[in-house]
Design a protein around this ligand. Structure first.
Ligand code: 5GP
Ligand code: ZN
Length: 138
């Protein structure tokens, strides 16, 4: 299913032009129009899913099997020393476009991209409690 109002559905179907780098039955990959680095690629499913948790596992599998080769190609073309793969789900997680997408961002030491990574610590017992709660959801 596609969403006629969704910009990424329109890009994947060719209604809106993009700098496409790869496509198959399931996946479409193209350059981000507002790159965090040269060669910043977006990998999306051709079908419309707002967030990753809504994707059937087999579709997610068919999409994600394209990730390694795209990471390698983008990194080589950009002359990158590393790559970040980012995937935002929901507004609280900085998702602007509500169609699942994986950012492939080539990185170089000392480049302008900064993470805010406010690592914290668990109080005693909390880690085990959370792991158990998550296991029980699977
Ligand atoms: P998000 O914040 O949802 O994870 O990222 C959305 C990304 O989509 C942004 O990096 C933005 O630059 C990119 N984007 C939004 N609209 C377009 C578009 O029309 N064409 C392309 N190529 N990228 C887009
Ligand atoms: Zn869509």
């Amino acid at each position: 299913m596609t969403d006629p109002n969704c910009i990424f559905c329109k890009i994947a179907s060719g209604q809106i032009p993009s700098a496409c780098v790869f496509q198959d039955e399931t996946a479409f990959a193209f350059l981000d129009i507002g790159p965090l680095a040269e060669g910043h690629v977006l990998l999306i499913p051709k079908e419309h899913y707002q967030t990753l948790d809504q994707m059937p596992p087999d579709v997610a599998g068919r999409l994600l099997r394209r990730l390694p080769v795209l990471v390698k190609a983008a990194a080589e073309v950009a002359g990158a020393e590393g790559v970040n793969v980012l995937q935002n789900n929901g507004k609280a997680a900085s998702q602007e476009v509500p169609h699942v997408h994986f950012h492939i961002i080539p990185r170089r030491a000392g480049d302008a991209f900064r993470f805010n990574w406010p690592a914290s610590k668990y109080p005693p017992g909390r880690m085990e409690e959370l792991a158990k709660a998550i296991r029980e959801k699977l």
